[in-house]
Design a protein around this ligand. Structure first.
Ligand code: AHG
Ligand code: MN
Ligand code: MN
Length: 339
């Protein structure tokens, strides 16, 4: 058994990336480091929440009509403060903020817009389940609060970097700055993220699908037929697939990246509040799509590429089918009536 190298700590890795690609990475490296620092503080709060009285609800409902947990608020405060402190961010879109936050005091250096899901999979918090953080970084386009829409409503293709943090048995920081996908595992004794996987590649096809199947009867017939296909026995095509679903997209995405397969949160034809599914474009689907595409995977609504969708509002939802390229292509065959 080899002792893990401590040479590839995240700060050093980012400095090296800055050295190799100064144009792109100069400030982006600092910003990614700042997000990683916030994530260490969030991991700390999650780890002791049962002891500090921070489990449970705040009693508030967010702009999307969902109950807010104490840790949603705490994590949002931690990460917003870290972003403000960097001096590099002009605008923040967060699941936990009704409106985009324009940082009045941000100066010339504040050239980024960051979209966030501070705690993804909140329903897992009170049962010590896996949760995550999504982040998505775009260049600022406008120069003032009146330019907010231009800054915030940029498609996923405009992301300069994106990633997620998974708070599981270990805390993992996964990011891409369009140079492949890299994972760093937190060594709690050092308090540092250390490189654990460089240039992650998703398998071309997997053996699992991941979806809230309790919604089966609310789905569009295309989705139902796809899922029925995946669970049909057929030796020649290695079916049925297994079902894995944690209720935290970060955790399901991480497994899908490493082992292949499909994750989906489809549209809900029965619920007028969810005609486009549940997941938010700017801070869930778009960062997930860039991450997966950087690993050789795909992300689609069934008919459109997630990264190409032009957002029309900050908390807009979108149906999502994401994962191994062959599995996403199979799903698209159902949605585009080729099967
Ligand atoms: P969030 O906790 O940020 O609101 O996100 C939860 C999302 C996602 O993580 C997960 O895949 C999905 O919602 C779970 O929803 P269901 O409980 O409807 O399956
Ligand atoms: Mn989420
Ligand atoms: Mn959330």
């Amino acid at each position: 058994m080899e002792i893990a190298s401590i040479g590839q700590a995240l700060p050093r890795y980012l400095i090296q990336a800055e050295h190799e690609r100064p144009e792109t990475m100069r400030d982006l490296a600092t910003l990614l480091y700042q997000i990683s620092l916030a994530s260490k503080a969030i991991a700390r709060e999650l780890g002791r929440a049962a002891l500090t009285g921070t489990l449970g609800m705040t009693g508030e409902v967010n702009v999307q009509g969902e109950l807010v947990k104490k840790l949603d608020v705490l994590a949002n405060e931690i990460i917003v403060e870290a972003l403000e402190d960097s001096g590099l961010v002009s605008t923040i879109v967060s699941e936990e903020l009704d409106e985009p936050l324009y940082l009045e005091k941000a100066g010339e250096r504040a050239k980024y817009v960051v979209c966030l899901d501070p705690v993804d999979g909140s329903s897992n918090i009170d049962v010590n389940g896996i949760v995550g953080t999504f982040f998505s970084i775009r260049d600022r386009k406008g120069q003032g609060p009146d330019q907010l829409a231009a800054d915030v409503l940029q498609p996923g293709t405009a992301q300069v970097a994106a990633g997620y943090v998974m708070y599981g048995p270990s805390t993992v920081f996964v990011y891409t700055a369009r140079d492949g996908l890299h994972a760093f595992t937190l060594d709690p004794t050092l308090g540092e993220f250390l490189l654990s996987q460089e240039g992650i590649r998703i398998p071309a096809r997997g053996k699992t699908y991941s979806v809230n199947e309790g919604n089966f009867h609310r789905w569009h017939p295309y989705t139902r037929r796809l899922v029925e296909h995946l669970r049909t026995i057929d030796k020649a095509t290695d079916r049925p697939y297994s079902l894995r679903y944690t209720g935290s997209m970060v955790a399901d995405l991480h497994r899908t990246l490493l082992e292949g397969g499909l994750f989906l949160y489809p549209a809900d034809v029965d619920d007028p509040k969810k005609p486009t599914g549940k997941l938010r474009l700017l801070y869930e689907a778009a960062p997930a799509a860039l991450v997966v595409e950087q690993a050789g995977g795909r992300a689609s609504t069934g008919t459109e590429q997630i990264l190409e969708i032009q957002p029309t509002s900050p908390h807009q939802r979108v149906p999502l089918i994401i994962g191994s390229p062959e599995d996403v292509a199979l799903a698209e065959d159902f949605y585009q009536e080729r099967r």
